[in-house]
Design a protein around this ligand. Structure first.
Ligand code: GCB
Length: 604
């Protein structure tokens, strides 16, 4: 049995603590383009706050394997307690548990999931059990065998189950534990709801014995007409021939795999560039001897040149907004194209050409839809606030989540930035940690730009200077500033100038103010729509004066649930900085920003 995700092939953590390491994660690329069998739907669940299904009363692992062993009572005298019975309740997968039953809203801990299935595996095929995401730790069993574990709540993982699946009566059992930990990524302290469970799709992926595992098909860095990349075949012949085709462009190339199953290719193609205005996607076909896979891919270049950002060689201002993976209208974590479509349509209506998908990799539906709808994307790992910078295990986990994020989305034209972190405290260990992540990201994907959201620094009371030492490792600097909200009155932006020590572009990755929809007062009364709109007015005037500003993603598109926000009658455990409420109602600030974005839009 092969555990496909957790083991890095080449992980090198130097004695100094942390170093860049090349890590390869095996994930079947483009699950939507494969033969699959959905395991979505009702799963039986057992709530287990004391982890009694895993540990005995002295905290040793359960001798009989616990709930994962999938035992059933042997007869009427069997006193077995750790078992799923026919009357065990169910939850829907995908879906967080918090929003499915009122008693689970605040629950953090272990819930066991079980799903039975039949699957007639054909000879010459291999099977993978694939999870879109499980928050936070998953321990997975199939037919009583432990397949492996995965930590990190927002990225896909898989296990090969070829030799374990039987034609009938298979049982997948998963222990999902969303307890927060100081050494986790993210840590125990965040500003979003800790939605637990099997939050994204679960499926079996059925591929030939020798199959196309992963491929990277993008324009070569700096070129508008040369496609370059690689294809990795798993289980293939020595020197297997691989072909990549773009039929609509009449272009293709073939190459042979090396001893690692990797074929590298490059070819010229006359391609229409993908852009927010014209999000052109091409059918791309990847073929090997016994397998082929197809998907729609867009081609565009992205570069930072001095203080500018160039999309397809031309300077672009990123009219953005930050977005959480919070579902509109129904609370809970986003898991469907329908959820994604509502959020991204709202962003488009606001005049955006860019979204910051904060603060973790969102459901794949978001980036795929962004490709189709023409929205550029900032994609981020949850290295958020104060991580244990000196802990090699925390680094390894951050590196693993980074690799999984890049592996999943490295063919998406929409994704232009990989973000390493958000609002981390200054310090050498932190800079080294994030700097190493940046090197890792560049190694995995040399075509996109590296960024992080940093904190502002006042060099005098009227000047914020962009000078975080992390800037050295980034292509684009992000800065989160709340001038007018956490920092001074709404008029304070009028008094602030920005400077930078970097010849690099700046994106104002957060700004904003909080107001529940429909709460009114004068523009100096906090928690009102008028106050929020006032902050936006003064912010926009300030932002217009920053010559090296190349984009902005105000905080945030829609209100979202948050345990740190208790203020009765105003927040009620929601962060209300949304431009829209969670019911899609537009606040006054929405119109201020929309008008500003309209004024920036290229005249058609
Ligand atoms: C921030 C964080 C974001 C919070 C936001 C806020 O700086 O990056 O996660 O939700 O501020 O509302 O305070």
């Amino acid at each position: 049995m092969r555990k496909s995700v957790v083991a890095p092939l080449a992980a090198v953590l130097l004695a100094s603590g942390i170093a860049c390491y090349a890590q390869q994660i095996e994930l079947v690329q483009n699950p939507a383009g494969r033969q699959t069998y959905s395991l979505n739907g009702p799963w039986q669940i057992i709530v287990d706050p004391y982890e009694a299904g895993y540990y005995d009363f002295h905290m040793h692992p359960q001798a009989g394997g616990g709930l994962g062993a999938n035992r059933v009572p042997a007869g009427k005298g069997d006193k077995l307690e750790l078992t799923f019975l026919p009357n065990t309740p169910t939850l829907q997968v995908p879906g967080d548990w918090n929003t499915q039953k009122p008693e689970f809203l605040w629950y953090e801990g272990t819930i066991w999931y079980k799903r039975a299935f039949d699957y007639a595996k054909k000879p010459g095929r291999r099977l993978f059990l694939w999870f879109g995401a499980a928050n936070y730790e998953a321990i997975v069993f199939l037919n009583g065998h432990k397949l492996g574990e995965h930590r990190g709540g927002f990225t896909p993982f898989q296990f090969e189950v070829t030799n374990l699946v039987q034609d009938a009566n298979n049982a997948v059992i998963v222990k999902v534990d969303d307890q927060r930990h100081a050494d986790g990524i993210p840590t125990a302290m965040t500003d979003w709801w800790n939605y637990g469970g099997l939050t994204r799709d679960v499926k079996l992926i059925d591929v030939p014995d020798a199959f196309i595992e992963d491929y990277f098909v993008q324009l070569e860095k700096g070129s508008a007409n040369r496609v370059a990349g690689w294809v990795r075949v798993n289980g293939g012949q020595k020197r297997e021939r691989v072909t990549v085709r773009i039929p609509e462009a009449g272009a293709s190339a073939s190459a042979d795999t090396d001893e690692n199953g990797v074929a590298r290719f490059a070819f010229d193609a006359k391609l229409e560039s993908w852009s927010p205005e014209r999000p052109k996607l091409y059918d791309v076909r990847v073929e090997a001897a016994s397998d082929s896979v197809q998907e729609r891919i867009g081609f565009r270049t992205i570069a930072a040149s001095g203080q500018k950002i160039l999309l397809n060689g031309r300077p672009i201002f990123l009219r953005g907004v930050s977005v959480h993976g919070e579902a509109p209208f129904r609370a809970g974590r986003v898991f469907s194209e329908a959820d994604a479509r509502v959020l991204l349509t709202w962003a488009k209506e606001l005049g955006c050409n860019f979204v910051r998908l904060a603060h973790y990799p969102h459901d794949e539906a978001m980036t795929r839809l962004a490709d189709e709808m023409g929205l550029l994307v900032w994609s981020e790992i949850p290295v958020y606030w104060a991580v244990q910078w000196e802990n090699p295990a925390a680094y390894a986990n951050a590196g693993q989540q980074l690799t999984e994020m890049i592996t999943r989305d490295h063919n998406r034209a929409s994704v232009i930035f990989w973000s390493m972190a958000n609002e981390t405290p200054l310090g050498d260990a932190r800079t080294k940690f994030i700097g190493s992540l940046a090197s890792q990201a560049r190694e995995l994907d040399p075509t996109r730009l590296i960024t992080a959201a940093t904190l502002p620094h006042y060099s005098d009371p009227a000047t914020i200077t962009i000078e975080d030492p992390l800037g050295k490792y980034l292509d684009v600097l992000g800065c989160n500033e709340y001038i007018g909200w956490y920092d001074g009155p709404p008029t304070k932006p009028d008094t602030i100038a920005f400077k930078t020590i970097y010849d690099k572009p700046l994106v104002m990755s957060e700004l904003g103010a909080e107001a529940p929809y429909g709460r009114h007062g004068d523009e100096d009364t906090a928690w009102t729509e008028e106050f929020q709109a006032n902050v936006y007015r003064h912010q926009i005037a300030m932002l217009k004066r920053i010559p090296f500003l190349q984009g902005m993603t105000p905080w945030i598109l829609m209100d979202f649930r948050c345990p740190r926000r208790p203020l009765a009658g105003i927040q009620d455990y929601y962060n209300r900085k949304g431009l829209l409420s969670d019911r899609g109602e537009k606040k006054q600030a929405y119109f201020i920003l929309r008008d500003f974005y309209r004024s920036l839009m290229p005249q058609e």
